[in-house]
Write a protein that binds this ligand. Structure first.
Ligand code: MN
Length: 325
């Protein structure tokens, strides 16, 4: 057994009240990891509370334990262990983490973002893992956890969503072997794919209409922005672009795609996507964000036009630089 796995096992065994926290604006990997850890802790009869600051889309209703996920920490509750999943830095845990009083308890950080800040007391960051659930799969294997159909569905969800259904460059034969083992264990690939990859919210149509109408293209960079007002008009409350950024970066002449979305607070949420040989991780890092080589993001202060100018300048510079490399 790896040293880190032993540390995790000992920490879990020694804990009485465990908080499991995933990131704000959760995706399938975030919620798959969160519920997978919940199932594992439940199998050990441990008291575990699952947290996510954001409200969760109904499309994830197929995940086990999803209805038990809480948004806030009760002020009188005490935790002696925090397990963070799919969080590149501590801030990604949002309010549930902030709400846990100082001094914070022991933190286990399980993730796969190359930009991970190693904020935990023990950090298991799978540098080549396609999802946080792949990291969990390896840990559970070492711990000889039984892969029930529920656990398999949670873990498979992370693999499917973070690889856009096994289509991204990080996917290896090993990824497919893990997926195969999870399908054999009862993970429901067709339900996962339909619920997480294919369904779009009705608000996606007006949101994309606005975004596509405003899209611009210079020096290989396709970008667009959605103001708070436009977002409200489209009845879109989330801060994701519902895949519009992927659409832009998949245009044949795109080096990278960028979408800026203005939050209610006035902060600007920026998503970057690209295809090889380009890299958006560094642009996001330089702007105080993080992520992966082909998919990254950051948050900037408003106003929207100012953030847009900065982001487009940096993106164009990065493309020119990367074309020379
Ligand atoms: Mn992930």
């Amino acid at each position: 057994m790896k040293t880190t796995t032993k540390v995790i096992q000992d920490a879990v065994m020694g804990a009485e009240r465990i908080a499991v926290i995933t990131h704000i604006g959760p995706d399938g990997d975030a919620l798959g990891s969160l519920t997978a850890v919940g199932l594992y802790l439940r199998s050990l009869s441990k008291s575990a509370t699952l947290f996510c600051e954001s409200s969760i889309s109904r499309r994830f209703d197929f995940l086990p334990l999803i209805n038990s996920v809480r948004q806030d920490v009760l002020t009188d509750s005490e935790y002696d262990l925090i397990i963070a999943v799919d969080c590149g830095d501590a801030e990604r845990m949002g309010q549930p983490f902030t709400d846990i009083p100082e001094p914070k308890p022991f933190i286990i950080n399980i993730d796969h973002h190359i930009s991970n800040t190693k904020f935990g007391d023990v950090n298991v960051v799978g540098k080549t893992a396609v999802s946080a659930t792949e990291v969990l799969f390896e840990i559970f294997n070492e711990l000889e956890v039984t892969f029930t159909s529920e656990l398999a569905t949670s873990l498979l969800t992370g693999l499917v969503t973070d690889t856009l259904a096994f289509r991204t460059v990080g996917v290896t034969g090993n990824t497919l072997k893990i997926a195969g083992a999870l399908v054999d264990a009862g993970g429901d690939l067709s339900v996962i794919t339909m619920q997480t990859m294919m369904l779009k919210k009705p608000s996606t149509l007006p949101l994309w209409k606005t975004g596509i109408n405003k899209a611009k293209f210079v020096d290989g960079v396709y970008w667009t922005s959605i103001s708070k007002k436009e977002r409200k008009k489209a009845n879109h409350h989330a801060l994701s672009s519902d895949g519009l950024v992927n659409f832009l970066s998949n245009l044949e002449d795109a080096a990278l795609g960028v979408v800026l979305v203005e939050a209610d607070s006035g902060m600007i949420h920026v998503s970057f996507r690209c295809r090889p040989p380009f890299n958006v991780s560094e642009i996001a890092l330089n702007l105080g964000g993080g992520g992966h080589v082909l998919a990254a993001g950051c948050k900037l202060p408003g106003p929207l036009v100012k953030a847009e100018k900065l982001v487009v300048e940096m993106s164009r510079d990065a493309v020119l630089q990367q074309m020379q490399d």
